[in-house]
Design a protein around this ligand. Structure first.
Ligand code: AMP
Length: 193
């Protein structure tokens, strides 16, 4: 029988540590990391038409159009069909994105295994992002107003996805404050494999 794929949504507000933790989890479980933020930043770097459009939106702290990020994820899932599974980092961010992702994965009988939500208080997030901005070159990490806008977008449009995955019995909250290793340990325990 085909081995069941491990498809994890690593969830949480900007600055929760999704990117950092993804690096440990992809190594441990042999997964492919899909970060829509990274994919969009690659488009910006390449100065593609999509990149130029995205740059402005990201710079304001708004969300990029659902159709664009859904198409990006669809292409990547197709390109890595033999993977042991995926870590979705920064996607889905809206209900439309979550429904599209379920549509893609369920049609292949490779559904989301778990949604692990890193929980970090807002003031800690702002502190981490301003700190990251000193070295990350990310324009959206340089300005406290943009950081707070992103957190607001998360609260309004993305946080409700906890209920979406909860209704499927897939949501687990993870304390996202502590050392990197402590938080990795909590995630591994929650994955339980
Ligand atoms: P991130 O690297 O995940 O923090 O994403 C950086 C920025 O890219 C976000 O603030 C959004 O403007 C945009 N972005 C990334 N992923 C998505 C997504 N799934 N939906 C909409 N916008 C996104």
């Amino acid at each position: 029988m085909k081995k069941k794929k491990l498809n994890i949504v690593l969830f949480g507000p900007p600055g929760a540590g999704k990117g950092t933790q993804s690096q440990f989890l992809i190594e441990r479980y042999g997964l492919v990391h899909l970060s829509t933020g990274d994919l969009l930043r690659a488009e910006i770097k390449a100065e593609s038409p999509l990149g130029l459009q995205a740059q402005e939106i990201i710079g304001r702290g708004d969300l990029v159009n659902d159709d664009i990020v859904i198409a990006m994820i669809r292409n990547k899932i197709e390109a890595h069909h033999a993977a042991a599974g995926f870590i979705f980092d920064g996607f889905p961010r809206t209900k439309a994105q979550a429904e599209a992702l379920d549509g893609m994965l369920n049609s292949k009988s490779e559904p989301i295994t778990a949604m692990l939500a890193l929980e970090v208080p807002e003031e800690e997030l702002v502190k981490r992002l301003l700190n990251r901005g000193k070295t990350s070159q990310r324009a959206d990490d340089q300005d406290e107003a943009v950081i707070r806008k992103r957190i607001g977008e998360y609260e309004q449009k993305t946080a409700p996805l906890k209920e979406y995955y909860s209704a499927q019995g897939k949501y687990t909250g993870i304390d996202g404050v502590g050392t990197i290793a402590e938080i990795t340990g909590r995630l591994v325990q929650a994955i339980g494999e």
